[in-house]
Design a protein around this ligand. Structure first.
Ligand SMILES: Nc1ncnc2c1ncn2[C@@H]1O[C@H](COP(=O)(O)OP(=O)(O)O)[C@@H](O)[C@H]1O
Ligand SMILES: [Mg+2]
Length: 228
C-alpha cells in the first residue's frame, strides 16, 4: 500500500541552514496494516507523515501509495490524492468552534459534488465510528477535549479514506480519552484500513493489532520490528 524508497528530506536545501530531517528511509506498509512510528520529538516522524500525505516532497527517493508515484505529484494532483485516499488526524483539531459537530464533519465534502443525502449518510457513518453521534447537533465550543478530537476524527474519515495518518493523536488527551482513541484505531483496523500512527505515547506499546513498530532516531529508522 505504502512504499518508501531511499527517502531523504533536506529542509532549506542549498542554504547555510540546510538540515537533513530524513536520511535514506526505506519502509513498506501493507494494505490493512497498523504501523506505529515511534521516536522522540525531532526524530522526523511528522516529516515522514507529511511526505506520505503529499503535503511536502522528498529531496530524494520515491514514495508509492497504491501503486501511484506520489513523491512527484504536482500540487493540484496532490490535493486530489489527499481528498480521495488520505485521512489525517493531528493533535490539534482545527475545528470551527461556532459550528455544530455535524457541520464540521461535512466540511471536506462541501465541494465534492455529492448530494446532501449521500453526505448525510457518510456523516452519520463517520460520527458513529468516531463515537460522537450523540453530540451531532452540539456546537463544538461546548465539547470536551476528547469529544473535540472525536469530531476531528469523524471529519478526517468522512470520505472513507483507505490510508489514515495520525500525528501524536493522544498528545492532548487524558488516559481515558487516549484509550477511547485506541478503540477507534482498533475499529479502523477491523475495517481493513491502513493506519500509520506517529507517537511517543507508551499506551501504544504492545497493542495486539499493531504488527509493526518503526523506531526513528535522528531521521533514520533504527528498528522496524514485526510483533507476531
Ligand atoms: N519546515 C522545517 N524547516 C526546517 N527544519 C524543520 C522543518 N520541519 C521540521 N524540521 C526539523 O526536522 C527535524 C524533524 O522534525 P519532525 O519531523 O517534526 O520530528 P518529530 O515529528 O519526530 O518531532 C527537527 O529537527 C525539526 O526541527
Ligand atoms: Mg511531530
Amino acid at each position: 500500500m505504502v512504499v518508501l524508497k531511499n527517502i531523504n528530506k533536506i529542509y532549506n536545501e542549498g542554504t547555510p541552514q540546510a538540515f537533513e530531517a530524513l536520511k535514506s528511509i526505506n519502509l513498506s506498509v501493507s494494505h490493512g496494516e497498523t504501523v506505529v512510528l515511534s521516536g522522540v520529538s525531532g526524530s522526523g516522524k511528522s516529516t515522514l507523515l507529511s511526505l506520505i500525505a503529499a503535503l511536502d516532497k522528498p529531496s530524494n527517493g520515491k514514495i508509492m501509495v497504491n501503486g501511484e508515484l506520489i513523491s512527484k505529484l504536482p500540487d493540484l494532483h496532490a490535493s486530489t490524492y489527499r481528498a480521495k485516499t488520505i485521512g489525517v488526524i493531528f493533535q490539534h483539531f482545527n475545528l470551527l468552534e461556532s459550528l455544530s459537530v455535524e457541520e464540521n464533519v461535512i466540511v471536506p465534502l462541501i465541494n465534492s459534488g455529492f448530494d446532501m443525502q449521500t453526505i448525510k449518510v457518510l456523516a452519520d457513518k463517520s460520527m458513529e465510528l468516531s463515537a460522537i453521534s450523540h453530540k451531532a447537533s452540539q456546537e463544538v465550543k461546548a465539547l470536551s477535549g476528547g469529544e473535540k478530537q472525536r469530531c476531528a476524527i469523524a471529519r478526517a474519515l468522512i470520505h472513507e479514506p483507505e490510508l489514515i495518518l495520525c500525528d501524536e493523536p493522544t498528545a492532548n488527551l487524558d488516559r481515558a480519552n487516549s484509550l477511547k482513541f485506541i478503540e477507534i484505531l482498533q475499529s479502523l483496523h477491523n475495517m481493513g484500513k491502513t493506519v500509520i500512527v506517529a507517537t511517543h505515547d507508551p499506551l501504544f506499546e504492545g497493542l495486539s493489532f499493531v504488527r509493526k513498530v518503526v523506531h526513528m532516531e535522528d531521521g533514520t529508522i533504527v528498528e522496524a520490528k514485526d510483533s507476531e
